[in-house]
Every structure is written in structure tokens, then in C-alpha cells.
Design a protein around this ligand. Structure first.
Ligand code: MG
Length: 233
């Protein structure tokens, strides 16, 4: 039986849906319209750009966790000349981190697939490039915790996917071995190339069927297809 290491965001936890819901609540709670922000849709568009940029900086080690939390919101408000209002950025950041981990939308069939794999006898582990307290809360709230042996975050381990070291640490902590481990996730680089380079099996969850030139062991466009893959030996 293979040990299955699942990514969390965008793979099991419906990041888009959960995040948008939390952002919409923050928009109303802080009343961004009264600050001159034109609409939630415009704000969302600016936020997504700012968030992607900040995460890129964070991944490269040029921005730390605390800075990322507020800065993506300050940057999102640049269009309306509010980027220097750090207090506003921080209020939005706090509202978001306190709201979004409580959201429980999962990717289609996530719970069914995880439950079935667990019943088949696989050891299941979450291996995520996220913040320790946030990722644990998400897994608990959305009902996934009974099926997982452990939740390993880059935040706690001090190293992020796709770096080799996080895969080595994950094996040690899970008493697994590279030839028995499979990484399942939606990020071609972080999850799949990272897992492959560490000598693990890989299942690339590619719902939009994005074209690529990487050699991947298994690729699925929906989670339910994972149940048909040869993951026993
Ligand atoms: Mg992901």
C-alpha cells in the first residue's frame, strides 16, 4: 500500500471558493465602498494580482509570513490610492486570516476519495506549503482530519515544496520511504516535479488540463479518477 501525501490548497480544499467568500465578507465588514473602492469584483481582481505577487516573493524568501498577510491587501488597494494606509491593509489581513480557514468548501469528491483511500488501508498525510495554524484549522473544520495521519506544513518544517529537504523530512516524520510515497497535488512544480525529483510517485491533479512538458507518473483532471489508479504497490 502506497503512502499518499496530499497537497491541501486547490487539491482538496477549494481555495478559490473559500477565499472569495472570506474576501467578500471582509469587504463588507470593513466597508471598503466607503473608502472609495469601486466594487467587490474590482477589489477581488486587484487582490488576486497582489496576492500572487506576494506569494511569489514569499516562496523566494524575499517576504516573511507577517509581511505577506497585510501587504497583499495594501497592494490590492493601490488602484484607489490606499496602499499607504497600512492599518487598513492590516485590518483586512486580520479579518481574512480569521475568516478563511473556517470555510469548508472542498473540491468535488475530495471527502469521498480520501475516505475510500483511507478505508483501503493507505496512510494519508497532508503535505502543504501553508501556515501551521491555518492549515490545521482548515483540515479540522472541513471534516478531513479523521482520515489523515498527520498534517505537515512548510511553515513548521522550515522548508517549502518543491525543495528536496521537505520531502526527506516528510518521509522521516511519516516513517515512509521514497519508493512507497506518492505526492498528489495541483502544482506541477511544487508537488509533482518536487515529488518526482525526490524519487516519489506522483499524481498530478490538473483540473484545467493545462498543457505541460514535464514527465508525470499519473495525471487526473478530477479527484474521483484517483480511485482507479494503481496505488497499491
Ligand atoms: Mg495546491
Amino acid at each position: 500500500m502506497k503512502d499518499l501525501f496530499f497537497d491541501l490548497d486547490h487539491t482538496l480544499w477549494d481555495f478559490e471558493k473559500n477565499s472569495r467568500e472570506a474576501l467578500a465578507e471582509g469587504y463588507d465588514f470593513i466597508d471598503l465602498t466607503s473608502f472609495g473602492v469601486s466594487s467587490f469584483e474590482d477589489y477581488l481582481q486587484e487582490y488576486e494580482k497582489a496576492n500572487d505577487w506576494c506569494w511569489g516573493e514569499y516562496r523566494e524568501g524575499r517576504m516573511d509570513k507577517d509581511e505577506l498577510r497585510g501587504k497583499r491587501f495594501s497592494l490590492a488597494l493601490k488602484k484607489w490610492g490606499l496602499e499607504h494606509d497600512l492599518q487598513l491593509g492590516n485590518r483586512l489581513g486580520s479579518h481574512y486570516v480569521n475568516t478563511s480557514p473556517h470555510k469548508t468548501h472542498l473540491v468535488k469528491d475530495a471527502l469521498k476519495v480520501v475516505k475510500e483511500l483511507s478505508e483501503r488501508g493507505h496512510k494519508l498525510v497532508i503535505l502543504t506549503n501553508g501556515f501551521e495554524e491555518v492549515q490545521h484549522l482548515k483540515v479540522d473544520k472541513c471534516g478531513l482530519s479523521p482520515y489523515f495521519d498527520s498534517i505537515l506544513t512548510s511553515d513548521a518544517l522550515g522548508i517549502k515544496k518543491p525543495h528536496r529537504g521537505i520531502f526527506t523530512l516528510a518521509l522521516e516524520l511519516s516513517h515512509s520511504s521514497a519508493n512507497n510515497a506518492v505526492m498528489l497535488g495541483d502544482s506541477l512544480q511544487a508537488d509533482i516535479v518536487g515529488g518526482r525529483d525526490a524519487g516519489w510517485g506522483q499524481v498530478y491533479y490538473n483540473p484545467l488540463q493545462i498543457k505541460h512538458h514535464e514527465e508525470v507518473q499519473h495525471e487526473v483532471s478530477d479527484l474521483i479518477s484517483i480511485l482507479d489508479l494503481p496505488l497499491r504497490k
